[in-house]
Every structure is written in structure tokens, then in C-alpha cells.
Design a protein around this ligand. Structure first.
Ligand code: ZN
Length: 347
């Protein structure tokens, strides 16, 4: 049996910061499981919530236990749940979906318009225990450790974006060398891309990228011209596929310019507000653009676990590990803009 109360990291006041609180252990419904959390990853979303910026203040009700990147172990199972066992190690999809929409009924669960996120709209994973619909649970194979389990959510963003288009033999340009951009570069290499070029304006992030994926060509666009890099790689017509992970208008413009005729762009980066787009350039280059949100349920999860079991290695993207009592240090590292993934240990 579990205790009645637990430690949790929560937005308990509508102001910057997060606070370690004593909360009730969630009571599960018949279709849910209770997960004891072992490790969690800190996401950019959690930084927005810590900072209590405009988006967070408009989106997140208080009090709210934050966090959505986790790995743990099932300790309680609802009476309708089949196919899961006590003690099963797992991660899980943090997007809670309905089943009535057109897209859900078509099996495209990640496109359900009523999606709610744990740690944003529903009580989250920065806690000793998390309740989750059994539907959202993703069992972890023995060869995937908890700290990788704790970053499957952002790796899933990278995989969903990178696998938006066929990459075998293609030349791929990725803009934005945050942890997700770096992991997308690793996935693109794993998926058979010929050249993978990763750009940023932050030298520390590019150094980390070279460390995680030595075979990627990093470019600091404040120092090097993408045109010269394409020339050096022998790309006479440009890149075939662009993955925009930064949310920067300048980066999107660079991708459009650098693509071949008929090139493809997947967009994961979120620009702040509206931004001007040179649409005629996109039309005349016959470019296909795809917006990417979350992870496909559960094809992305299936593919990323399969790739991890087949040599995809993103472990070096985790640069900092802290006991959860030192959570403030973990958030400080994230806010520095120099870290990779920061993992908190709840055991
Ligand atoms: Zn996240």
C-alpha cells in the first residue's frame, strides 16, 4: 500500500517559482493506473511555468503539480485495466485525449482537439505518484533505463518531427540545437540521412550537439554562412528536408532559402506570436510544410523504442542529474541555456 500523502513540485502561487509541497496521493479510477515516479525530465514547458510568463499565466490553473516527462513503476491498477501488471516499469504519453472527435475515431489520437496535458492542464508527474489512464502507459523494456524513459517525451517530439518525411539518403537541415533538435539530428542519422546539418546561434549548444552526435555538421550561423556549408558538402541544389526546431523567424527563412525545389519542412519550434513569412518564396519553390504537435499515439513511441533497441543513442543529451531535493539547481541549469536534458531523481 502507498501512503496518503506525497511530495510534489507544484505551482502553488500565481507567481514565478515552483514549490515542494505535500499533496494527496491521487485516487485512481477504474481505467487508470497509479505510477510511482522514479525519474523525471525538466522541459522547456516547465521553465515557462516556473517563470510564470504570459502563456503560463493564461493556461495553467493554480495549484498545479507540474511535469510531464517521467519514468516509473506501476503500483496500483484500476479494476477495468487489462494487460498491465504491478511492478511494470513504464513511461507514458502525457497528452490525455478524448475518443469522440473525428480524428480520434479515425485512430489519429494525437490530433484530438480536446487534448489535455499532464503538468499543464491536469496534475502532473513531478511527484512521488502519478495517476494516468492505462491507455497512456508505455511499458519500458528492460534494456531502456529509467533516465532514458524520463526523456522519451521530448525524444518523441524529435522522432515525430524527424520521421515526418522519408530521410533515407536525404540531406537534412535542422535549425535549433536544443535537446530536441540534437535528438532529431541523432534520429535523422539513424534513419539513413546522408548529411545532417544542425544550426544554432548558441556555441554551447552546438558543442553539446557534436558531443551527442559526432557525425552531425554543426553550424553557428552567426559565424558561418549556410550557403558555404552546403557548398562544402557538395549540395549543389540544397537540402532535401528541413526540421525547424527553434521557433525563430530567421531560422525558418534560412531553411526556405536552403531547400531544394520541392523540399519539405517539418515545424516543431513555436514562434512567439505572429511573424512575417515570405509566402511567394515557399510557393515558387513548391515547398511542403507540416506542423508537428506531440507524438503519434502510439506509433512514435513504438518507433523510438525500436530505434533505441537498435543502436540509437541519445544518452549524452542528459547533461545534469539531481536529487529532487535539489530541483532548484536543475531549473537553474535549464535556464542557463547551456544544459542538455536535466533529470531529477525521485527515489
Ligand atoms: Zn516536454
Amino acid at each position: 500500500m502507498t501512503a496518503n500523502t506525497m511530495k510534489a513540485l507544484a505551482k502553488s502561487k500565481p507567481e514565478p517559482g515552483l514549490w515542494m509541497i505535500e499533496a494527496q496521493v491521487p485516487e485512481i479510477g477504474p481505467d487508470e493506473v497509479l505510477i510511482r515516479i522514479n525519474k523525471t525530465g525538466i522541459c522547456g514547458t516547465d521553465i515557462h511555468i516556473w517563470n510564470w510568463d504570459e502563456w503560463a499565466a493564461a493556461t495553467v490553473p493554480v495549484p498545479m503539480i507540474t511535469g510531464h516527462e517521467f519514468a516509473g513503476e506501476i503500483v496500483e491498477i484500476g479494476r477495468n485495466v487489462t494487460g498491465l501488471k504491478l511492478g511494470q516499469r513504464c513511461s507514458g504519453e502525457g497528452h490525455l485525449i478524448g475518443t469522440d472527435s473525428r480524428q480520434s475515431r479515425a485512430g489519429k489520437f494525437h490530433l484530438d482537439p480536446g487534448t489535455r496535458g499532464i503538468g499543464v492542464n491536469e496534475q502532473g508527474a513531478f511527484a512521488q505518484y502519478l495517476k494516468l489512464p492505462a491507455f497512456n502507459v508505455v511499458p519500458l523494456p528492460d534494456d531502456i533505463p529509467d533516465e532514458i524513459g524520463a526523456i522519451l517525451d521530448p525524444l518523441g517530439n524529435a522522432v515525430h518531427t524527424a520521421l515526418s518525411f522519408d530521410l533515407l539518403g536525404e540531406d537534412v537541415l535542422i535549425t535549433g540545437a536544443g535537446p530536441i533538435g540534437i535528438m532529431a539530428a541523432a534520429v535523422a542519422r539513424h534513419a539513413g540521412a546522408r548529411n545532417v546539418v544542425l544550426t544554432d546561434i548558441n556555441a554551447d549548444r552546438l558543442t553539446l550537439a557534436s558531443h551527442v552526435v559526432p557525425s552531425v555538421r554543426t553550424v553557428n550561423v552567426t559565424k558561418e554562412d549556410l550557403h558555404d556549408v552546403a557548398h562544402e558538402l557538395g549540395l549543389t541544389e540544397g537540402f532535401d528536408v528541413g526540421l525547424e526546431m527553434s521557433g525563430s523567424q530567421a531560422a525558418l527563412d534560412q531553411v526556405v532559402e536552403a531547400l531544394v525545389m520541392g523540399g519539405k519542412i517539418a515545424l516543431l519550434g513555436i514562434p512567439p506570436g505572429k511573424s512575417p513569412v515570405n509566402w511567394s518564396r515557399i510557393v515558387f519553390k513548391a515547398i511542403t510544410i507540416k506542423g508537428v504537435y506531440g507524438r503519434e499515439m502510439f506509433e512514435t513511441w513504438y518507433k523510438m523504442i525500436a530505434m533505441l533497441q537498435n543502436g540509437l543513442d541519445v544518452s549524452r543529451v542528459i547533461t545534469h542529474r539531481f536529487d529532487v531535493s535539489d530541483f532548484a539547481k536543475g531549473f537553474a541549469e535549464m535556464k542557463s541555456g547551456r544544459s542538455g536534458k536535466v533529470v531529477l531523481d525521485w527515489r
